[in-house]
Design a protein around this ligand. Structure first.
Ligand code: ZN
Length: 159
């Protein structure tokens, strides 16, 4: 990814990034050190890459397919979010919405599918109890996917 760094005297501490003519423009405060600049640029590149990867996935269609295949309810909405870094996803039963960490978009499809099945199972059973585990066990690679996610520093959080 092409990156352009703009140092601004007006900026106090915030760092922002946007795509301009196919290039990532990162704006940083003028006083920032080279090391901090590099750290922020790396972070923004990672974020933008994830956003691209996640927008290339038909997450709604995939979720519908998995719900049918494993006989689970369909959510009212499902989308990727950027702000879940250590949690792989979440399910809000009140409005039946599912949010997935955009980090998942860069993982193998069978891992992403597992997380979708996991969150769909929460539409039936909120807690990680025996009933819940029986539901997610319908997905053949449930255990392998869980191991993969934990190794990446992601966990299911306290659903
Ligand atoms: Zn869970």
């Amino acid at each position: 990814m092409d990156v352009e760094v703009v140092r601004s005297k007006k900026r106090r501490k915030t760092v922002s990034a946007q795509m301009v003519d196919g290039r990532l423009r990162v704006s940083i405060p003028s006083w920032m050190s080279k090391a901090d600049e590099q750290r922020h640029v790396d972070d923004m590149v990672r974020r933008m890459t994830r956003r691209r990867e996640s927008s290339s996935i038909d997450i709604v269609g995939r979720t519908r397919l998995l719900a049918r295949r494993y006989d689970l309810p369909e959510p009212a909405s499902v989308r990727f979010v950027d702000n879940q870094v250590t949690r792989w996803g979440s399910c809000t039963p009140v409005d039946r919405s599912i949010r997935l960490s955009s980090r998942l978009a860069g993982f193998p499809a069978w891992v992403l599918d597992y997380v979708i099945v996991h969150e769909l199972a929460h539409l039936v059973e909120l807690r990680h109890n025996a009933r819940f585990h029986a539901l997610v066990a319908r997905y053949p690679k449930a255990e392998r996917a869980t191991g993969f996610l934990i190794a990446k520093g992601l966990d299911p959080g306290d659903d």
